[in-house]
Design a protein around this ligand. Structure first.
Ligand code: EPU
Length: 440
């Protein structure tokens, strides 16, 4: 039976929420444990679906995973790792994109990898061509079959010179997880340098890897012959933090996000201040609140780090529906990340989507017929409605809008939100939202 979340909007969210390890780091650090010859320990692990999926995938490959959900401590022992049955990999991969990152570690550990057809959020085509090209360059043989991709390295994996067509987070992680045990030196140009990438590098360095990050998006990896385990506390989830910050603004509330880190949210905080949000930072987190009065419109473009992150775009668009005047948002990372605005329009927001690039950042989507720019006119009074969640960030943004709206919203498909927001129903309830969870 599916879950239905019924929300009565119009109440400011007030109180404290705790944010634990980043969804976009934790699963990758878990995969990295496969490379070691000793157990690893990961702390600050959230209870989210992506962690469950990677736990299952590691387990069917012989990695012993012990979790203490209360403390968020995870022990991963890869000493008995082996190849899994293809059917089992298929059954456990769920709708996650993480399985593609098992390729390098599994080839090093067992000589081969099988990757089922991948899922992930419906926010664009989300191809894996960079990943496959990277793996081939290292010397892997890629065979595409009807149910997935079989990858092996009959002649071993060797360090290479690579230049990514775009600073893809996943492809950079693919290179790191493959190069650390490849023979020789790898030089990666145009790499992603998101904080989660730096955290993965910290994990690998603890395991014995030799990795240097240069200021021009170049990463140099000197392959070693053996890696040990790591003990690491995962970087907090900056995307969840930004979502709560937007929720405080849209509901005219006041939320202290325990675990939020200023350094990783710099571009977000600048934008938050420009729209009229207030924040104050202390050693344990950041307090976000609506200062009263009206919010100001903005011109905004998403970008790779250190720019304004694409995962912050959707909650920020909801905030911009409450700003007085016209805002423009140009999405340059994913070609179809405005699908969620359809529900906002039904709620009373005024949002027009355009195929043109309404911004100056170089963008891959301008001449390709994608509705990737938005013009938002506010302030709009939002009304509750029925919503079926389309994707992770869009779904949480719908909840934010529903909590600010007048009247009742009925939200289905909320299981998707569990992929990245730990115990979000408990958290919004704790902040004073009027919600009821039922089965339909
Ligand atoms: N791309 C390709 N070919 C590839 C790989 C990527 O064309 O082989 C394109 C993508 O289609 C996209 C762009 O490159 O247009 C950037 O994709 P990237 O590889 O950087 O994204 P990702 O690794 O698949 C991660 C996060 C996303 C986050 C992006 C950007 C995880 C599990 N996912 O995705 O998070 O938006 O980086 O920072 O780490 C989310 O949390 O909601 C989410 C979607």
């Amino acid at each position: 039976m599916a879950q239905l979340l019924t929300l009565q909007g119009g109440k400011p969210l007030e109180g404290t929420v705790k944010v634990r390890g980043a969804k976009n780091l934790v699963p990758k650090a878990m995969v990295a444990s496969l490379l070691g010859s000793e157990p690893s320990q990961l702390r600050n692990v959230p209870e989210i679906k992506d962690v469950d999926i990677v736990t299952s995938l590691l387990t069917i490959h012989g990695v012993k995973v012990d979790a203490d959900p209360a403390t968020g401590d995870l022990t991963l022992d890869p000493r008995q790792a082996y190849s899994a049955e293809h059917s089992e990999v298929d059954a456990h991969a769920g709708d996650s994109r993480i399985p593609i990152l098992f390729c390098g570690p599994l080839m090093h550990k067992t000589g081969e990898a099988f990757i089922p057809d991948l899922g992930g959020c419906r926010i664009g085509d989300r191809p894996i061509d960079y990943h496959l090209e990277v793996l081939r360059t290292f010397g892997a043989v890629v065979d595409k079959g009807p149910t997935g991709i079989h990858i092996s390295a009959p002649k071993g994996l060797h360090g290479v010179k690579l230049d990514l067509p775009y600073p893809s987070v996943g492809a950079t992680e693919q290179v790191l997880l493959t190069a650390v045990l490849a023979e020789g030196i790898t030089e990666l140009k145009n790499a992603a340098v998101e904080p989660e990438i730096h955290d993965l590098i910290a994990v690998l360095q603890q395991m014995g890897a030799i990795i240097t990050v240069y200021t021009d998006r170049t990463i140099r990896i000197e392959g070693v012959t053996k890696l040990g385990g790591y003990k690491h506390r995962a970087i907090p989830d900056r995307n969840e933090s930004a979502s709560w910050a937007s929720a405080a603004l849209v509901t005219r509330g006041d939320i202290y996000v325990q675990g939020a880190v200023q350094r990783d949210l710099s571009a977000f905080l600048n934008t938050y201040r420009k729209i009229g949000g207030e924040f104050s930072v202390d050693d344990d987190g950041i307090r976000f609140w609506h200062a009263g009065g009206t919010l100001k419109p903005l011109v905004l473009e998403t970008d790779v780090h250190p720019g304004f992150m694409t995962d912050w775009q959707q909650p920020m668009v909801v905030a911009l529906t409450q700003a007085e005047g016209v805002s423009i948002v140009h999405e340059t990372v994913y070609e179809e990340r405005f699908g969620f605005t359809e529900a906002l329009q039904r709620m009373g927001a005024s949002i027009q989507l355009h195929r043109e690039c309404l911004g100056s950042n170089p963008c891959r989507f301008g001449q390709r017929n994608f509705l990737h720019s938005a013009v938002i006119s506010g302030a709009s009074e939002l009304r509750g409605t029925d919503i079926d969640v389309p994707d992770l960030r869009g779904g949480f943004s719908h909840l934010i809008a529903a909590m600010a709206a007048q009247g009742t919203s009925r939200v289905t498909g909320i299981e998707i939100i569990n992929r990245g927001y730990e115990k979000f129903v408990d958290k919004i309830t704790g902040l004073g939202a009027d919600v009821e969870l039922s089965r339909v």
